[in-house]
Design a protein around this ligand. Structure first.
Ligand code: ATP
Ligand code: MG
Length: 414
């Protein structure tokens, strides 16, 4: 588990705030579900044969003997909540969520046991436009964060029927080559043969070059749907690459599956994963409800974010003071300026003025307010511009009486 330290939290807040802007512009509403759910929700929703359910969940019995799990992803919880509260009675739900997820994986760069996802779910929408809209929201958001060299990989997993026929064919093909498969893939043949397609094992990858392709098993309807999605993305100028081997880790997907990957992430290359899940809500006891969604891994996103996101914000004003009476005045002035939305940092060192000025410089503030015993006696504040901005003269000093704070504020705003 990883701490998020003060040096990073500001960048997280910026990313979250940009995400909120994108979501509210798209008319999405936020949903917050609990971090703990019944284990059964995930084993039914995500699927027993998946890595997530098979070996990555943090599950425990609570004091009432109920099996509980720290959520490994957000979609199943959102689906549960929608069913439980009958939200679909009000029409399709276009939602977003954010928060910690838990998976027992081997920690490495871009892979943690507690990580954070920001995700979007369109529940109750079947049209291909909703696929394109969901994808475009993810794409535009990532671009806005300053991510470069992104690739949108796209596939169609077809309908349940398409996949059923393909699965049998693939199973047969794989069973004939059982001895050539890596151990993990051998185990998967029975429970989840599709997952073998995105095996990371190099020998298996090579072998799979000649394997039957899901694309050849798509019905005419599924193909038309997939073509239309590509058509819409072309129209939106969102570039994509078809990857017939893209299957995604969770069981509930059908038709559209996609990932957004980056060249700059090494082996944990996927920033965003998503797809259509027309069967999940009915699997969990609701009505048949076509849906599409995606999730972005915040940690990976932050690894890729541009410098403008990663630089931290400086205070507007650094308040320098020496002596007991000065301290009181400093605290008072800081409070007044904060109440009108200036960000103020107070010095706490009590050291010499020159040392405090060094700190002020280091803080990145544009201004220093200086309060010494002299200033208190005269009822004055000294203010100094700490840096040259444009053609404004750095290191220039201004004096204001404590009774005319409005003049000081006017100066701060220049
Ligand atoms: P991967 O193939 O990298 O394990 P996944 O298919 O398991 O990804 P999803 O379940 O689709 O991932 O989750 C969506 C996104 O959440 C991923 O693309 C990734 O950015 C992020 N993510 C998933 N697992 C982790 C993790 N353990 N640590 C950090 N981020 C993660
Ligand atoms: Mg994974």
């Amino acid at each position: 588990m990883v701490d998020l330290l003060p040096a990073q939290s500001e960048s997280w807040q910026k990313v979250e705030s940009i995400a909120r802007t994108h979501f509210s512009r798209a008319g999405l509403k936020e949903i917050r579900t609990p971090i703990i759910e019944k284990t059964e929700l995930f084993s039914r929703g995500i699927g027993e044969g998946t890595d997530v359910v098979g070996k990555e969940m943090y599950s425990f019995d609570d004091r009432g003997g109920r099996s509980c799990t720290l959520r490994p992803e957000g979609t199943a919880s959102v689906a549960r909540s929608i069913i439980q509260h009958g939200l679909l009675n009000k029409g399709p739900q276009r939602l977003w969520y954010e928060g910690p997820m838990f998976r027992y994986e081997r920690p490495q760069a871009g892979r943690q046991r507690q990580f954070h996802q920001i995700g979007v779910e369109f529940v109750g929408l079947a049209s291909v436009i909703s696929d394109a809209e969901a994808i475009s929201i993810a794409w535009d958001f990532l671009k806005d964060i300053g991510l470069k060299d992104l690739t949108l990989e796209l596939n169609s997993l077809g309908s349940n029927e398409d996949r059923f026929v393909f699965k049998e064919e693939l199973k047969e093909w794989l069973e004939k080559r059982f001895d050539l498969l890596d151990e993990d893939s051998q185990k998967r043949i029975k429970v989840n043969p599709l997952r073998i397609l995105d095996s990371k094992n190099n020998d298996t990858k090579k072998l799979l070059h000649d394997a039957p392709s899901l694309n050849d098993f798509l019905s005419k309807e599924s193909k038309t749907r997939f073509d239309y999605l590509q058509n819409l993305l072309d129209d939106l100028n969102i570039p994509y690459k078809i990857n017939y081997k893209l299957v995604r880790g969770l069981d509930y997907y059908s038709h559209t599956a996609f990932e957004i990957t980056s060249d700059h992430l090494g082996s944990q290359a996927t920033v965003c994963g998503g797809g259509r899940y027309d069967n999940l809500i009915s699997e969990l006891g609701g009505q048949k409800t076509p849906s599409i969604g995606w999730a972005i891994g915040m940690e990976r996103l932050l690894i890729l974010a541009s410098d403008s996101i990663l630089t931290s914000r400086s205070p507007d004003v650094y308040v320098i003071h020496r002596g007991l009476e000065s301290e009181k005045l400093a605290l008072n002035i800081a409070r007044q300026l904060r109440s009108i939305n200036f960000s103020i940092e107070l010095d706490y060192s009590g050291s010499s003025f020159s040392k405090q000025f060094k700190r002020a410089d280091k803080s990145g503030a544009d201004w220093a307010i200086v309060i010494g015993e002299n200033e208190v006696l005269k009822g004055q504040l000294k203010m100094k511009r700490l840096r040259n901005i444009g053609n404004k003269d750095g290191s220039k000093e201004y004096i204001f009486s404590t009774g005319e704070l409005d003049k000081l504020i006017a100066k701060l705003n220049t």
